[in-house]
Design a protein around this ligand. Sequence first.
Ligand SMILES: Nc1ncnc2c1ncn2[C@@H]1O[C@H](COP(=O)(O)OP(=O)(O)OP(=O)(O)O)[C@@H](O)[C@H]1O
Length: 230
Amino acid sequence: MSAPPVLSVRGLTRHYAGPSGIVRALDGVSLDIAAGELVGIFGPSGSGKSTFLMLAGLLEAPTSGEVWLAGQRVSHPQVNIDGLRATRRRQIGFVFQRANLIPFLSASENVALSLEIADVAPADAMAHARRLLGALDLAHRADNQPSRLSGGEQQRVAVARALANGPPLILADEPTAALDSVRGRQVMELFRRIAATQGAGIAVVTHDPRSTGMFDRIVHFEDGRMIDQA
Ligand SMILES: Nc1ncnc2c1ncn2[C@@H]1O[C@H](COP(=O)(O)OP(=O)(O)OP(=O)(O)O)[C@@H](O)[C@H]1O
């Protein structure tokens, strides 16, 4: 029997009350992401891409529909989303458009922090953080604070932080938007490598047409719906 998808969403819908009525931010999206798969999510502004990541990432409950992680139903309309914090921390790594590193901590401390929060002893967390930064060609930056790093380096530290506790699912929202093409490509290549070597399932929301060739699969959103798959 093949393993269940790392992420499976079914009929995912999110409505918001807007000033001129209900906004259907997401409208019945169903999508699976397998282990080791790198999926690109494209679509115009306001098409529901970020809402999809919020719901799939267990940061918000859906209006209707379900989110399954590794074959287990974890989110649905009645869920207590705060109660999913431990699941989120264990199973999902997030990367956002801006690295959002803590400015007064070094690169390695920023990465180690996410492990210490997960109760890893500080010395072990720091050793693992340094290993991860080394694997991302950032060993020489481990003791620098974010302000000493370039945008691309900061984003790679953010990726290291997302990977620190080996989540089976990584969700990235426009991770290359603030980077030049070379740095953006580096981050995308890193995702490719992580999917291939660690078997993580990765969903990347992007507007960047240069990245299309790097995905295993691309899906398009429009008006809260998934309109096709390539
Ligand atoms: N908290 C909210 N309250 C009300 N409306 C919202 C909320 N969040 C999102 N929306 C609306 O839902 C729709 C989808 O928004 P979403 O941010 O998911 O789109 P997006 O595809 O990620 O856009 P972008 O590419 O600009 O980031 C938009 O019309 C947006 O205004």
